[in-house]
Design a protein around this ligand. Structure first.
Ligand SMILES: C[S@@+](CC[C@H](N)C(=O)[O-])C[C@H]1O[C@@H](n2cnc3c(N)ncnc32)[C@H](O)[C@@H]1O
Ligand code: SF4
Length: 451
């Protein structure tokens, strides 16, 4: 099969519809309506996302909503606004619901004082009960982690640490304006695991300047030796039309799609040989990990924060600039401008700037895409039962998706009961998902490419 046939711009489908379909006519009162409705919807748990946009130094490849931390007073104002937003939104929630997940993402949550993180966890615990073993996760840049900071996170109840390694090769890091870990990564992992309650994920990116299949294999070999619970190999998403900071990497020379594919394939083989199980597009977990157990039962889920299981999944209420709430009936996104965010919240308003209300059919498409992206499998009867829909209407939807072309290329097998993605199809799962998306057009400068 020709790689170029499917290496076309396609959404990552971290949501359906993708965030660039959210509309600006969605207001704070639309969000309040979605919040009220979410009190009665499944999954009933409360999942909380907190966005900390600040970073100490900006990486050229960064695709996240991040900015440089240059004013500590501003950080305090920002965190005060986040706390006020949490109090306001949570006053609209049914407090008998339990919190299953708190996730701090960024930017770099550990760029700010750990007291801000523990304070927010304390604020939420004062308002809600928690499920047994909730997931309390923090994305950390290891360049700014020390034992004291780690201890403070542990004392606050953090039990999942995601460390952005990206690459162990110092030249690669230098080329993207990034510092290496301050402590040896093995020592960080030992510290996190000391009390047996917390787990570690390591993030890597392939497709950066100076990376070759050989250097990336060395990095993955070093990672395997550290035996993290989970490991993610992100394909570098090059979107300089949105993230102008990335343009500089073109001058430094980005690897070709074939070289990128070779990096992923080598890393994939090494991780499988080392006993890791692939989950979704780019995650690898130890066999006992709950994500693998969920994958085996076809019950893996996903939200903007990453993969999760039925145990920890919930209605996602998101706080802070650019944060996206993911509720049963739709999405609400806050403004990306920190000044505007603080002003709205200080004025007693929500900071919603965009959003989307899903139609009944779109809810079904969202469920199909989530199931395929997570479990590589779709059973039409099960789906119809979950959506309380007629199985005929689900089949009709599948009939319009030109699945035979994907089947002819060996990417999936299907009949009128189920769709099964093949091993080869897993690499092009975004393309397969796009077949179910009636609004998808392969436009340039809108989405990154799968490879
Ligand atoms: C918010 S950052 C993680 C925490 C911290 N800021 C750090 O860099 O270590 C989330 C992850 O997104 C990934 N990422 C950022 N920009 C990306 C891009 N353009 N393409 C693919 N992955 C990207 C990186 O692997 C990064 O670890
Ligand atoms: S990758 Fe992480 S540290 Fe680097 S700029 Fe992006 S959010 Fe900040």
């Amino acid at each position: 099969m020709d790689l170029n046939k499917y290496n076309r711009p396609v959404p990552r489908y971290t949501s359906y519809p993708p965030a660039n379909h959210f509309t600006g006519d969605f207001t704070g009162s639309d969000y309040s309506g979605l919040i009220a409705e979410s009190n009665h919807k499944e999954p009933s748990h409360v999942a909380i996302y907190i966005h900390i946009p600040y970073c100490r130094q900006m990486c050229h490849y960064c695709g996240c909503n991040s900015c440089r931390l240059d004013d500590e007073r501003r950080v305090r104002q920002y965190v005060d606004a986040v706390r006020a937003e949490i109090s306001k939104v949570c006053s609209l929630l049914d407090r008998s619901r339990k919190v299953s997940q708190i996730h701090f993402g960024g930017g770099t949550p550990n760029a700010v004082d750990s007291g801000y993180i523990s304070g927010i966890i304390g604020l939420v615990s004062g308002m809600f009960g928690f499920i047994d073993h909730p997931e309390i996760a923090v994305e950390c840049n290891p360049a700014y982690l020390d034992r004291q900071y780690l201890q403070e996170l542990r004392d606050a109840g953090v039990n999942r640490y995601s460390l952005g390694i990206q690459d162990f090769n110092l030249q690669v890091l230098r080329g993207v304006n990034r510092l290496p870990s301050a402590m040896p990564v093995g020592e960080i992992i030992d510290f996190i695991r000391e009390e047996g309650k917390a787990s570690v994920n390591l993030d890597f990116i392939y497709g950066l300047p100076l990376q070759t299949p050989e250097t990336f294999s060395e990095t993955i070999g070093d990672a395997i030796a550290l035996r993290p619970d989970r490991l993610v190999t992100f394909s570098y998403a090059h979107v300089p039309w949105v993230k102008r900071n990335q343009a500089i990497l073109e001058k430094r020379g980005l690897p070709s799609p074939e070289r990128k594919m070779a990096m992923f394939e080598k890393a994939f083989t090494m991780l499988i040989d080392a006993g890791y199980v692939p989950v979704g597009l780019d995650h690898f977990v130890l066999p006992g990990d709950e994500l693998n157990l969920a994958l085996q039962n076809n019950t893996l889920h996903r939200n903007f924060q990453g993969y999760c299981t039925r145990r920890t999944t919930g209605q996602v209420y998101a706080f802070g600039v650019s944060a996206i709430s993911q509720l049963a009936g739709g999405y609400a996104q806050n403004t990306k401008d920190i000044g505007r965010y603080i002003k709205h919240i200080a004025g007693g308003r929500l900071a919603t700037e965009k959003g989307y209300i899903l139609s009944g059919t779109e809810m079904t498409v969202r469920e199909i895409i989530t199931r395929l992206m997570c479990n590589y499998y779709l059973n039409m009867e099960e789906l119809a039962a979950t959506m309380q829909a007629d199985v005929k209407s689900v089949r009709q939807l599948a009939d319009t998706c030109r699945l035979d072309e994907y089947a002819a290329d060996g990417l999936l097998e299907f009949d009128d009961r189920e769709v099964k993605v093949t091993e080869k199809g897993k690499f092009f799962i975004r393309n397969i998902a796009s077949a179910f998306d009636p609004a998808y057009k392969p436009e340039e400068n809108k989405y990154s490419r799968p490879v």
